[in-house]
Design a binder for this molecule. Structure first.
Ligand code: PLP
Length: 455
């Protein structure tokens, strides 16, 4: 009984509805504000960017939102994803903890991101849209939307953060395979991109800049819609298939987690696994600890402020109440491109404020150490982003050992790292550095937050 065990579900157990945590929150979410008037936005304000079905999901208070048949049909290509009892890892760590992980790297793009990409492509297609514009950091989201676009017959245009465009040619090649167009951001194609390049022709780009470009293109072209891979409520909603499946798979084990862990960039894979467990925690008054893990170099939940801010650098997006490092923030270099965003999902931020979740910040070298140890025990190579969850799972498992207690730990392995071998090479060559986000730069970035009158 020392071998790891994989818990699967038949295809017909793919969830029929996504779970909307808003229905169970102690207080309603903070409204999204118009960047000009600072009044709550209405559906018409968002209509140039998103189809009505997604705008509806952004604000719905229904507990369940039905998953359309064509979306479930595509999910069948890789869902239900496996839940694994990591017994080999438990043995390697010599811990009494029972460790489970839900593995989202089995999707065609290699991460959880297609869970929402497929849904977004479907609703846009249904609304008669022919083209989507989006941004991507390390390329995970760009390749996921490219995949979904190929299946639903949509053209996809991706603005990829310059530094990743140069460093990650294979994610870009994968987007091309799926038929998408990918250009480095800042680009000369948009006002937002041109104005950055005027000031800094060698700008490495940032997610905030790339979002400005993709939003501008969608807002100024009636046939193009915009698509975002994290942060927004409807994105988190789509990701809850992860946690709903995990709950059913855990039924087969007889275990229930004491601790649920996910890495958090914009918050979507964390929310996808955690929200169904938090819903149960609220309803049944369970003591489950839920931990969002972020990089110390981009410490949105642990060192950012909870305030209204823009989602992008050019200040085109609506204002969202969230934990933020400031929209002008450009993080120091580190190897988890998917965790480099200045803001955090509003729902995840609200849960942190109400104490329903905890947050932890970890340094990258310890994450890679954990990632390599995980691969040597369980065989799967985690994405650099996912190693943040692995790291905290290790720490909790070792605490169990010290305290001589057995707890059940569940974490989300959000993706595989097969496109990130350069980062692993750097780790083995001793080239990685542990950086904290500079206090002075943080203060300067926060000083520029938009002023919003307190209600
Ligand atoms: C994009 C990405 C993340 C971070 O995004 P979230 O929205 O916070 O989930 C984490 N892991 C992987 C593998 C990713 O591709």
């Amino acid at each position: 009984m020392n071998d790891s065990v994989k818990y699967t579900l038949p295809e017909d157990r793919i969830p029929r509805a996504w779970y909307n945590i808003v229905a169970d929150l102690p207080t309603p979410p903070e409204p999204v504000l118009h960047p000009g008037t600072k009044q709550p936005v209405g559906p018409d304000d968002l209509a140039p960017l998103f189809p009505m079905a997604l705008i509806g999901q952004e604000v719905t208070t229904d507990r369940e939102v039905e998953i359309p048949g064509p979306v479930r049909d595509v999910y069948k290509l890789w869902r239900p994803s496996p839940l694994v009892r990591a017994r080999r890892l438990e043995k390697a760590l010599d811990t009494p903890a029972r460790i489970y992980f839900k593995y989202e790297g089995v999707s065609p793009a290699g991460s959880h991101k297609p869970n929402t990409a497929v849904a977004q492509a479907f609703y846009n297609k249904e609304a008669g849209v022919s083209k989507l514009s989006t941004e991507t950091g390390a390329g995970q989201w760009g390749s996921s939307l490219a995949f979904a676009g190929a299946l639903f017959g949509l053209e996809v245009k991706v603005y990829m953060v310059r530094v990743s465009f140069d460093q990650k040619p294979y994610r870009r090649a994968l987007m091309n395979v799926y038929g998408a167009t990918c250009v480095p951001s800042p680009s000369t194609e948009t006002n937002a991109g041109r104005s950055i390049l005027e000031k800094d022709p060698d700008s490495p780009g940032s997610l905030g800049i790339a979002i400005s470009e993709a939003v501008e293109v969608a807002a100024t072209n009636p046939d193009i819609n915009y698509s975002l891979g994290s942060v927004l409520n409807h994105v988190l909603l789509h990701q809850t298939v992860i946690g709903i499946e995990a709950l059913e798979q855990l039924d087969q084990t007889g275990d229930y987690p004491d601790i649920v862990i996910g890495c958090a960039g914009g918050g979507s894979n964390f929310a996808g696994l955690a929200f169904p467990f938090i819903g149960k925690k609220i309803k049944e008054n369970l003591p489950t600890r839920v931990i969002a893990v972020e990089p110390a170099a981009c410490p949105t939940l642990t060192r950012g402020v909870y305030a209204y801010d823009f989602g992008d650098t050019a200040m085109l997006t609506p204002l969202v109440k969230m934990h933020t490092l400031g929209a002008g923030f450009i993080p120091p270099g580190f190897h988890a491109g998917g965790l480099r965003y200045h803001g955090m999902s509003s729902l995840v931020s609200q849960l942190k404020e109400t104490g329903l979740i905890e947050a932890a910040a970890v340094h990258q070298i310890g994450c890679f150490e954990a990632g390599v140890a995980f691969a040597r025990a369980e065989g799967i190579l985690p994405a650099p982003e996912s190693t943040h969850a692995v790291r905290v799972a290790f720490e909790e498992a070792l605490k169990c050992k010290e305290e001589g207690v057995s707890r059940t730990i569940l974490f989300n392995l959000s993706g595989h790292g097969h496109f990130d071998m350069g980062a692993y090479d750097d780790y083995f060559a001793g080239k990685l550095e542990d950086r904290d986000y500079d206090e002075a730069a943080l203060a300067a970035s926060l000083a520029a937050l938009p002023q919003v009158a307190a209600e």
